[in-house]
Design a protein around this ligand. Sequence first.
Ligand SMILES: *[C@@H]1O[C@H](CO)[C@@H](O)[C@H](O)[C@H]1NC(C)=O
Ligand SMILES: *[C@@H]1O[C@H](CO)[C@@H](O)[C@H](O)[C@H]1NC(C)=O
Ligand SMILES: *[C@@H]1O[C@H](CO)[C@@H](O)[C@H](O)[C@H]1NC(C)=O
Ligand SMILES: *[C@@H]1O[C@H](CO)[C@@H](O)[C@H](O)[C@H]1NC(C)=O
Ligand SMILES: *[C@@H]1O[C@H](CO)[C@@H](O)[C@H](O)[C@H]1NC(C)=O
Length: 429
Amino acid sequence: MAAPHRCLVLLLISLAATAASAHNITAVLDGLSEYTLYNSYLSATKVCDEINSRSTVTVLVLPNGAMSSLSSNLSLADVKNALRLLTLLDYYDEKKLHSLHSGSELTTTLYQTTGDASGNMGHVNITNLRGGKVAFASAAPGAKFQATYVKRVKEEPYNLSVLEVSDPITFPGLFGSSPSAASANLTAVLEKAGCKQFARLIVTSGVLKTYQAAMDKALTLFAPNDDAFKAKGLPDLTKLSPADLVTLLEYHALPRYAPKASLKVTTGDIPTMASNGAGKFDLSVHSSGDDVSLDTGVDKSRVASTVLDDTPAVVHTVDNVLLPPELFGSAPSPAPAPVADEPAAAPAPETSAPAPAPKGGKKKKKAKSPSHSPPAPPSESPDMAPADAPDAEDADAADSTKKNGATAVAVSSVAATAACLVLAVAAFL
Ligand SMILES: *[C@@H]1O[C@H](CO)[C@@H](O)[C@H](O)[C@H]1NC(C)=O
Ligand SMILES: *[C@@H]1O[C@H](CO)[C@@H](O)[C@H](O)[C@H]1NC(C)=O
Ligand SMILES: *[C@@H]1O[C@H](CO)[C@@H](O)[C@H](O)[C@H]1NC(C)=O
Ligand SMILES: *[C@@H]1O[C@H](CO)[C@@H](O)[C@H](O)[C@H]1NC(C)=O
Ligand SMILES: *[C@@H]1O[C@H](CO)[C@@H](O)[C@H](O)[C@H]1NC(C)=O
């Protein structure tokens, strides 16, 4: 009974999820000198990744003058929200703007997907004014129709439309509302997010100072939640030397700004703060639809939620402690017997145990500590693993659906169908 139900959930998620798309907003704006400032802010805030992950999107761009006055007085986090409010999650070209049904229309923006938006704040009202002008305003109370349509920049029907507007779309309270990394107390943020144990470790090991120093340059933190430290089969971390504990904690951070939208377009190995340039202590990133997971070679973890995002610092929670093969690859598996999920894979680790090279041993060692990973279908599709966190999954599904009902993705529904078949088979075994 459970499998078909989960299939439906998976299918819905994948239908609602955004696709890796064919457009690249940075490249579209690259040759256009009027929008260089806008384009550079799209890159600095990584809103370009959010735009590129949408298959149907209208980007309202500001010429350099308007962008300069917008950004002069704002934090990067506030500029990011302004750019998101200028990104409409529907296709509007010049023709459509001038022929709105009953003269006005409400549309969703990227800002609505952030979780910062309450009520109608992330919606934009497009209105045909008298005299043929088209104007945009936030649907939030007190917003004004300052932004007017100027000209088309690029139209790729019906996926990407880039239009110039005169002014930003704002509303009272848009700026200065998101928590700022500069003023955030990192341990307090982590404690509030259910990562007390991790917060305690970074304080006692002194790694907090390393993180704090990185927060105003570039930092991405993957904080395991408290349950992750209680997981059965987790190696005894108190046996680590102080130096190895520091390495382990640095392995949970990236020396760059990677919000979830950027992780989604990242594939392959990326260096962590513990990396030494020789490919050691790298993390492998995988994504599927809206889900992102990390693979250490020893274990895997879902990137669960983002608890702080203020360019250039972002804090995500993860479900598992990330175990680098360089520290845990050759440790004896603490679990006495492998779980029944992966019977075929079970014999492999014994034979591969002595392999010293971390890179080469990665894939084989994966099966070594099966109890570190949440139970997954035998199909090696951890991103879609339905059994590990049904609550979060439902939340994600609701979130994705809310985000954008308009995107339909053939590729990921094929993937979901495949996952369903695997699940159905698994249900029989
Ligand atoms: C436009 O979006 C659809 C899905 O909405 C996608 O299948 C198609 O490949 C996209 N076309 C381009 C040119 O990006
Ligand atoms: C988009 O284009 C820019 C330059 O035009 C390039 O640097 C960047 O790598 C491209 N991004 C993707 C995801 O292809
Ligand atoms: C710019 O910032 C200063 C100080 O933070 C503030 O007093 C002023 O009103 C701001 N100007 C604009 C145009 O927002
Ligand atoms: C857009 O705003 C105008 C002016 O406030 C209002 O009359 C109109 O009903 C709004 N349109 C929608 C679809 O909410
Ligand atoms: C940060 O918060 C923790 C409690 O979560 C507190 O012990 C610590 O003193 C705070 N640090 C600063 C600098 O406020």
